[in-house]
Ligand binder design. Structure first.
Ligand code: PGA
Length: 252
């Protein structure tokens, strides 16, 4: 069965409450009831419940941008998978490069977060990707192996169906420098091939691998036409409904 494409908007630390509500409503309206691709938006934590309300009855799913690995307790400032579910989330982004490189999140932390989110029934969008220095030194594939294996080690076959990988080269995020469709395809194929070798054809063939990093309405169609690119994780362009919807259309 061909993989259904997925386009997720990562709003990062942007939008006022009013802007978030208006953006969610515009995306829900534009996506309609039977989109050809799955569509998700990931607003900041404090807007989740309002955005969930704005998306009610629509085909757009709700996601969070991060989560803590513990279920509850003395973790000031953190939010658990159970809380995200109660707020209406079905998805959670984990291991985004801004969390890894700006906020110092380790592979072990990412692993713990992935496991607790999947156990709670959330679908994880696991971000992986190399920095410019790593690419220039031909370390890209090693980075994938380290990030992918450490995050996902120990998942059951059933839990794999709750995982989406987003390949986001760090040098392409927010820089306007999109990877070429060929670079994205090469990276996605490498990841899928490694997962096939370790976990078998069923898991590898069903695994959605998104591309992220300066996806725009102009670059989306070329990227999404690649056989192993199953959609996109979109930052900047997800903050404008018309741009985001044009990217969703390119995935249809
Ligand atoms: P960008 O961000 O589209 O603004 O490059 C992508 C991301 O960080 O997920």
């Amino acid at each position: 069965m061909p993989r259904k494409k997925l386009v997720a908007g990562n709003w990062k630390m942007n939008t006022t409450l009013a802007e978030a509500k208006a953006l969610a409503e515009a995306v829900a309206k534009g996506v309609g009831t039977a989109p050809a691709a799955d569509v998700v938006v990931c607003p900041p934590y404090p807007w989740l419940v309002t955005v969930a309300e704005a998306l009610k009855g629509s085909a757009v799913g709700l996601g969070a941008q991060d989560v803590h690995n513990e279920a509850k307790g003395a973790f000031t400032g953190e939010v658990s998978s159970g809380m995200l579910k109660e707020a209406g989330c079905k998805y959670v982004v984990i291991g985004h490069s801004e969390r890894r490189h700006v906020l110092g999140e380790s592979d072990v932390t990412v692993h713990l977060k992935v496991h607790s989110a999947v156990e709670a029934g959330l679908t994880v969008i696991l971000c992986v990707g190399e920095t410019l220095v790593e690419r220039e030194r031909n370390l890209t594939e090693r980075v994938f192996q380290r990030q992918v294996y450490s995050a996902l080690a120990g998942l059951t076959d059933d839990q794999w169906h709750k995982v989406v990988i987003a390949y986001e080269p760090v040098w392409a995020i927010g820089t306007g420098k999109t990877a070429t469709p060929e670079q994205a395809q090469q990276a996605h194929l490498f990841i899928r091939t490694k997962i096939r070798a370790l976990h078998g054809e069923n898991i590898a063939a069903a695994l959605p691998i998104l591309y992220g990093g300066s996806v725009t309405p102009d670059t989306a169609a070329g990227l999404f036409s690649q056989p192993d690119v199953d959609g996109g994780l979109v930052g900047g362009a997800s903050l404008k409904a018309d741009q985001f919807l044009a990217i969703v259309k390119a995935a249809g």
